[in-house]
Design a protein around this ligand. Sequence first.
Ligand SMILES: *Cc1c(COP(=O)(O)O)cnc(C)c1O
Length: 357
Amino acid sequence: MRPARALIDLQALRHNYRLAREVSGARALAVVKADAYGHGAVRCAKALEAEADGFAVACIEEALELRDAGIRAPILLLEGFFEASELELIERHDFWCVVHSAWQLEALERARPAKPLTIWLKMDSGMHRVGFFPQDYAAALARLQALPHVGKVVLMSHFSRADELDCRRTEEQVAVFEAVRAGLSNEVSLRNSPGILGWPSVPSDWVRPGIMLYGATPFEQAHPLADQLRPVMTLESKVISVRELPAGEPVGYGARYVAERPVRVGVVAMGYADGYPRHAPDGTPVFVDGKPSRIIGRVSMDMLTVDLTDLPGAGLGSRVELWGAQVPASQLASLCGAIPYQLFCNLKRVPRVYSGD
Ligand SMILES: *Cc1c(COP(=O)(O)O)cnc(C)c1O
């Protein structure tokens, strides 16, 4: 069997969820969209279900997968419905539903669900992607609350730059939101992971942690709370071939790396078809049998090459960590012009092996 695999530590996932709740003092919807950022939505939701206040996903297809797997907790559709015909399923399965656009509000006004729906009304406080503009928000809220089939309405917005700790934009967005919701008694929800970790004073009844659940920091720089996260995924494989090359010989496609000295090259069963970033430069850290090494040569589809010259004890069958506790996904991502979200979501072909149930 090919030795490439992703180890998923569900205990670390629970630790990170608890941290999100603890530092925010709020209820937390665990964001498990995109197959739990590549970690497996059903397994992750089951691991959290006993303690989670609820879950959030991008669309009804993802929500149905969780319900079908027996998850009974609340599930929020972060973009609401994409077609009015989904309202029937939303009602039947008790999904909570974001309303971010006028067309959704109009569809809700035409609908006749028998049970009251829980709606999260989104404000565009400055991200400028979806949501009602601040000047239109109170009217949208009034129209929603006038509907007999709308129950609780949570007021929500989303930050565009909360990962930039020295940027004023988050405070500006909070001020815009607060000005509109003054005098309203509805619950509110603003913070994603960087909001939870980096902006403690933002008012929250609900938070929406995503990337932090999986143990990756959303920040470029070190941060005391982010340091308490535990990585959930370890991407690992093994050395499947070893060769020694004299100085001057190239390794791999395009001869990007040329040996400056005699090198011992380890070939690892991991490539960009597994989701490892093809743009990893020479020198990108990996750990071989727990010791630091580096990528040499271009990452190919199914294999990549590492420098074993200074690791005489390493060889065929040595275990290689591509990311995890020793190579933080956020560090690898930043070397590759990516973000940890992307690394996790790109994972494919590699079997996931779970522990900590
Ligand atoms: C994806 C998403 C989140 C989670 O964001 P993280 O940065 O991963 O914590 C929160 N809120 C909304 C609306 C989202 O779409």
